[in-house]
Write a new protein. Structure first.
Length: 271
């Protein structure tokens, strides 16, 4: 290893450069890890970086890494420090970050834990193709499906005053075993407009929005006949997201999650 490479590694160990992003209020620490210097197995470090008092503060941490065939690889960690399943809002933010790095030019194909994703940056928003969904289990008062992450979807009234944290925590820890689930509460405003609030697994709190969550809500609302629209607007506390999809004989494909993604600031932190 050359002196320069050693110096780089030492520098990277001492001072970490990161980019703070938010996508409709779901916020992330994003790190360019193409040099593979981040301590990927250090759960405590990831949790500290996401800590809103002792660290940078975020709902999750995302690594952008090299990929041998696609534009990049995405690795996602929840705020609890554990690597997790797919993050839709994080996926939209890493696409914005890849364009910022000059890695892509408007369109991209990348890999994440749930497989290949395509995405496009249009009119300042990021449109991310989500995984196809083949199974939705509809029970009496809730649906359960996996849109890259597991989601419980339940309709409520007066959502603005609903106890998302208390009810969400109960559901997350009760019927879903060790794996748990994210929990989405939804109230219909119009045929193609829904208000959504989400208790997120691995953040263990309500987040201002959840990308795989609103995607689950859109599909569950169509599957249970609450809407006939194949493009719906989801109003979250963090902002508006759109989900469009194509129903097929065995589920849903061409599932697109569209919304804004913003780089809030760049920073360095000593680790
Ligand atoms: N907390 C989720 C992953 C992040 C999902 C969310 N931030 C999104 O935008 O999809 C889980 O552990 O299943």
């Amino acid at each position: 290893m050359s002196l320069a490479e050693m110096a780089f590694i030492i520098f990277a160990i001492v001072e970490l450069t990161f980019y703070k992003y938010q996508g409709t209020g779901n916020d992330f620490v994003i790190i360019d890890n193409r040099q593979n210097v981040f301590f990927k197995n250090d759960t405590k470090l990831v949790a500290r970086l996401c800590d809103r008092k002792y660290g940078i503060g975020a709902d999750g941490l995302i690594l952008l890494e090299n990929h041998n065939a696609l534009d990049f690889n995405m690795v996602y960690y929840n705020a609890d420090g554990n690597e997790s399943s797919m993050c839709g809002n994080g996926g939209r933010c890493i696409v914005h970050f890849a364009a910022f790095l000059g890695l892509i030019n408007g369109k991209t194909k990348f890999e994440a834990i749930d497989g290949l994703h395509t995405a496009e940056i249009l009119n300042g928003e990021v449109s991310l193709q989500m995984a196809n969904v083949t199974e939705i289990s509809n029970n009496q008062n809730f649906s359960f499906l996996n849109t890259g992450s597991p989601h419980h979807v339940q309709m409520v009234t007066d959502i603005d005053n609903f106890g998302v944290f208390s009810e969400g925590k109960k559901i997350r820890n009760s019927i879903y075993g060790n794996e748990g689930s994210n929990v989405n509460f939804v109230e219909q405003e119009r045929n193609d407009v829904f208000k959504v609030r989400t208790y997120e697994r691995g953040v263990e709190d309500e987040t201002l929005s959840c990308g795989t969550g609103v995607t689950a809500v859109a599909l569950a609302m169509f599957a249970t006949g609450k809407t006939t629209a194949k493009e719906v607007t989801l109003k979250t506390p963090g902002g508006l997201l759109k989900v469009s999809f194509n129903p097929t004989e065995n589920g849903y494909n061409n599932v697109m999650l569209t919304g804004p993604a913003t780089q809030v600031f760049k920073g360095t932190i000593t680790i």
